[in-house]
Design a protein. Structure first.
Length: 265
């Protein structure tokens, strides 16, 4: 399927590693010019070198999504350098942990504030900055990377921040959809990234098992029997970022390999 992304201009926050980097690679492979955004210049430069192999324009930009002025300056730079913005993928957030979670009754204020500043308000700041550009041209796509903790209660931090992102997505979709800008949210589950070996080792140590058994145990949390990779999540995001996805707006799309024993409708 031709995703009709050739020549589109994309911003991917959190684009120097993990799911963000995989999304940037998928978009570049489909012909997008991509601005990757992160707080660390060294990691950005390394990622940009890898992404350059796809032959499109790659713009590494240092910005902090917890700072509105930084976000607006970043978007202005993208518009100046690439000539506009067609796609925003919000992925700048601390990944969820596979380990034991803090009890809801003892979760501190500062942790909750930090999560909202980065994932919820950070995503909103970026959407707010690109919305005028996208509505002026009558087309755009905003994809928010959230997480399957939105559908569970085992992690207060994970569920609250991800439910909030979903609610924000729906509100933006209601407002921007009639102006040609679709907004969706993707819920990955435990995803294979560069962090995975350390996560598996930590789980094995905590459970008193081998790393092989720890990996199998994590795989059993999906209906496909293994963890989904960042690249497989990125394939879903690339479709949602494309003109082909016009039928999907405001909705949550799970990309975690399926949750055993539940039905969502």
């Amino acid at each position: 399927m031709d995703l009709r992304l050739t020549g589109k201009r994309a911003i991917v926050t959190g684009g120097s590693r993990g799911i963000g980097l995989a999304v940037a690679a998928a978009l570049a492979a489909e012909g997008c010019d991509v601005a990757i955004v992160s707080r660390g210049k060294e990691a950005l430069d390394e990622a940009a070198t890898r992404l350059a192999a796809h032959g499109t324009r790659i713009v590494p930009l240092v910005a902090d999504t917890t700072d509105d002025a930084s976000v607006r300056a970043m978007v202005d730079e993208v518009v100046t350098t690439l000539g506009g913005v067609d796609v925003l993928v919000n992925a700048a957030a601390k990944p969820a942990s596979a380990g034991a979670q803090d009890a809801a009754s003892t979760t501190g204020d500062e942790l909750m504030r930090e999560q909202f500043e980065t994932k919820v308000l950070g995503y909103l700041r970026c959407a707010r900055a690109v919305a005028p550009v996208m509505t002026a041209q009558g087309w755009g796509r905003i994809v928010n990377i959230s997480g399957l903790n939105a559908r569970g209660s085992s992690s207060l931090v994970g569920s609250v921040r991800n439910v909030a992102v979903s609610a924000m997505t729906a509100a933006l979709a209601d407002e921007l959809g009639p102006q040609g800008v679709n907004v969706t949210v993707v819920h990955p589950g435990l995803t294979v990234t560069e962090r995975t070996p350390g996560m598996i080792a930590a789980k094995a140590a905590a459970d008193g098992t081998s790393e092989e058994e720890a990996e199998r145990a994590l795989g059993r949390t999906t209906t496909v029997g293994r963890m989904i990779t960042a690249e497989e999540v990125a394939d879903v995001v690339a479709f949602l970022a494309s003109p082909r996805s016009v039928a999907i707006n405001g909705d949550a799309v799970a990309a975690g390999g399926g949750q055993p024993g539940v039905t969502y409708y």
